[in-house]
Design a protein around this ligand. Sequence first.
Ligand code: GTP
Ligand code: MG
Length: 203
Amino acid sequence: MIVKTAKFLVSNSYYQNCPKPDKPEYAFIGRSNVGKSSLINKIVGINGLAKTSGKPGKTQLINHFFVNEEWYLVDLPGYGYASIPLKIKAKWETMISGYLQTRKNLLNTFVLIDIRHAPQKKDIDFIENLAEYQIPFSLIFTKADKVTRRQLKENLKTYEGYLKESWEELPGIFVTSSETGLGAERVLDYIEQTNKVFVYQPE
Ligand code: GTP
Ligand code: MG
């Protein structure tokens, strides 16, 4: 898919206020600092469209972007950032889970995971919750430029092996780098294919 236009639409702290769910939608979620906002920018080809930062906790709201006047891309706050006050953390968790569980047009949730790390409980718990609520998801391993090819292969194998211990079928898996652009095209192709199955169901 070629991205012709991408614009920021709206930020919300209440999922109830999100745009009318009449277009296909894709959400980016994952631990703080994993690279959600950076990858969104890479995918649409506009630096700075989604706000990024070296410090975790930059994205704090549900941010809707509108791509090709056809589908929504949603940047969410990260989970698992230890230094955020408990009260704010609880607020973000309610906001994120409310959004994920009720958003009718959400065709896929991309769960971003830093390729450099071994499987972490917070990510595993999160994807198990998605499965429990039957929320479709794929995994995106980020920051591929930070490891060697060999490390990348090894870490992927470790992760898949770990998932296979409790899952019969593996989710879709993408490997990306917002530095080099690796994987961006594959994610866009996946979205293009998935857009075709969208049917708007008014209340
Ligand atoms: P929160 O909004 O705080 O949850 O973070 P986020 O997941 O949106 O991360 P963000 O995109 O803001 O990136 C965090 C840091 O990682 C920034 O310093 C980015 O430049 C860096 N980063 C993100 N993706 C990549 C990547 O693919 N490669 C490298 N080398 N750095 C990356
Ligand atoms: Mg962010």
